[in-house]
Every structure is written in structure tokens, then in C-alpha cells.
Design a binder for this molecule. Structure first.
Ligand code: SF4
Length: 321
């Protein structure tokens, strides 16, 4: 890690990839401040970007003029999700603790990035749980970011931060957005010639009732949860087998291919004999493959009948990394 001396004119941005975070960066950059954006990813949001980080960075730079980097927060996030101090939202989404964790991690990066303060695209009152005035305060305090976390889109509704007091940021050029309406953001984007931006819902799996329900149940049933488990949990047909194994069947060719890429040492990969239409599968957490027979039968049940033969021939292999 390279340590850079803090520059008053450098900020690090908590970057979600959504419009609000793009606007927050651009608003501060318009004051001549260097912004280094960080997008945290976990298996619940943004994880697929890790496989194409360089392309993603190029796209964001070309489209919005923003210098962004990715950080994988999976391990700490999965630990936090088991028991978030501020509880869950409507589904299994720990929004307040998610923001505290992300702000804490960003603060820890300030020295590395030579930043003297942080910015985020939060808007007062935009979300019921995590963007109330009292919650914004809680996030600042719990993450150790009091006075250094500037929210440019709604700064005029909030107390002055240190970079404003010190004159690094001109408070007169910050905004007073508030509430759930998106119109001010859309108008601001238009004034900045930003016309192609992601939708606000922005794809956090933990706000989706079905997938969040699966994740919650998995946490209830397992003492340890790894990123690879979450990735496997969110695709295909899921089965609990009699001897405790966890079987996931692909529902189509795309999922079959994805499953093959999610294998972990100790998993058993199963597939139908070549040219036979049927699912591939991953069998995980099965002691010595004791559920193998049940897994093979399930795959046969979900495979199509072939010419001259009633049932698929299923092959399998232990994956050892
Ligand atoms: S919706 Fe998901 S990513 Fe956003 S704050 Fe909540 S838990 Fe975090």
C-alpha cells in the first residue's frame, strides 16, 4: 500500500454506481477537487464487476469522467450480515450497518488515497431507513467519520463539515436536495450532460424478497457462510438432500455454464452425458458424497427423454481445485 500525504483538494467518494453518487462526485469535481471514487462489491451487489474491473473503470471514466476503483468487501460484509447492530430493513437488508461498514472502510482508505475528506451521494429523507436525519448522524458517528463525510447533494440541510469550514469546499455551490422525488437529480444530470445512467433501484439482492429470503434461511441453517455459498445460492433449482448435502441444478444452458464456474474444492460436479439435454449440478457440503445417488436421480428426473433411451446417463467428478 502506498501512503500519500493528505491533500486538502482530494476527496474519496463512496461510489454506488447510481446517479446520486455520480452527481455527488461531479458536483465536487466542478470545484476543482480531485475525487477518487471507490465502489465496494459483495456477492449481493456489484460482484460481477470484479471479473472485468479494468473495463468497468474505463467505462466510468469515459462516461462520467470519474476515476473509480473496486474493493471486494465480501468477508467483512458476510460477517456483519449475521448480526447487524441496527437490524434489517423490510427484507434481509442491513442498510444502516451496510453504510457504516462502507463508510468505515472508506475512511481507512483516505490515507492510502491522499484524501482529506469523504463524499457520498446520500440525500436526506430519500430512503426510509438509512437516509433519515438521525440515521445519517448514526452512520457518521459509528464509522468515525464525523465532520469529514460531506453529502454534496443535501449539504445545505446538514451541519457544515470540516472541508466546508476550512474553505476547501465552497458550501455556496452545494445543494439542498431532500425527500424521495428524483426530479432534482434528473434536472441536475441534464445540466451536466449526463443522460445515460443506471436506474435508482440499483440491484442489491438483499432488497429482493425471494433472494433475500433464501439468504436469510441459509444463514439460519449454517454457522459459516462464504462468498461462494451466496453465489451458488442465488441461481438454479435448490435442494436439501437426505444426508445433509446441498444440490443446485441449472435450469438452462446459461446456468449450467455458471455452475461450472462456481465450483469449490470438495464440491461434486454432475452433468448429463454429452448431447443429452439436461441439467448440470453442483453438490456441496455432502459428507463423502453420501447424497450422490439422490442427486443423480434428481438430475435424471429433470432431464429430457432422449432417442431410444428413457433416461439420461449422469456423470460426476469431485472438484479438488
Ligand atoms: S440496499 Fe443493499 S447495498 Fe444498499 S444500503 Fe441497503 S444493504 Fe447496503
Amino acid at each position: 500500500m502506498t501512503i500519500n500525504p493528505a491533500q486538502p483538494g482530494t476527496a474519496v467518494a463512496l461510489f454506488s454506481g447510481g446517479l446520486d453518487s455520480i452527481l455527488a462526485c461531479r458536483l465536487v469535481m466542478a470545484q476543482g477537487i480531485t475525487v477518487k471514487a471507490v465502489r465496494f462489491v459483495t456477492p449481493f451487489f456489484g460482484y460481477e464487476l470484479l471479473a472485468r474491473e479494468e473495463d468497468y473503470r474505463r467505462e466510468v471514466a469515459a462516461q462520467f469522467g470519474i476515476d473509480v476503483q473496486l474493493r471486494d468487501l465480501s468477508e467483512k460484509y458476510l460477517a456483519m450480515l449475521r448480526n447487524p447492530a441496527h437490524g434489517y430493513g423490510k427484507n434481509f437488508n442491513p442498510c444502516v450497518d451496510c453504510k457504516i461498514l462502507i463508510a468505515s472502510e472508506t475512511r481507512l482508505m483516505m490515507e492510502e488515497l491522499g484524501a482529506s475528506f469523504m463524499i457520498s451521494g446520500e440525500v436526506l429523507g430519500q430512503r426510509p431507513m438509512s437516509q433519515r436525519r438521525d440515521t445519517l448522524r448514526i452512520i457518521e458517528k459509528a464509522s468515525g467519520c464525523e465532520g469529514i463525510l460531506l453529502r454534496p447533494l443535501c449539504a445545505l440541510n446538514l451541519p457544515e463539515t470540516i472541508p466546508e469550514k476550512e474553505g476547501t469546499v465552497d458550501r455556496g455551490r452545494l445543494l439542498a436536495f431532500r425527500g424521495r422525488t428524483r426530479q432534482p437529480q434528473i434536472a441536475l444530470a441534464a445540466s451536466m450532460q449526463i443522460d445515460d445512467f443506471p436506474s435508482p433501484a440499483g440491484g442489491c439482492m438483499l432488497t429482493d424478497p425471494n433472494r433475500a429470503g433464501r439468504v436469510r434461511k441459509f444463514y439460519e441453517e449454517n454457522e459459516t457462510v462464504a462468498p461462494a455459498d451466496i453465489l451458488l445460492l442465488t441461481i438454479g433449482r435448490q435442494f436439501h438432500l437426505p444426508a445433509g448435502g446441498w444440490l443446485v441444478l441449472g435450469r438452462n444452458e446459461g446456468e449450467n455454464a455458471l455452475l461450472a464456474g462456481l465450483l469449490q474444492p470438495g464440491d461434486i460436479f454432475l452433468w448429463c452425458e454429452e448431447s443429452w439435454p439436461g441439467p448440470s449440478a453442483v453438490l456441496r457440503r455432502s459428507a463423502a458424497g453420501r447424497d450422490l445417488e439422490a442427486a443423480v436421480e434428481l438430475i435424471k428426473g429433470y432431464s429430457k427423454k432422449g432417442e431410444g433411451r428413457e433416461r439420461a446417463v449422469v456423470l460426476w467428478q469431485l472438484y479438488d481445485g
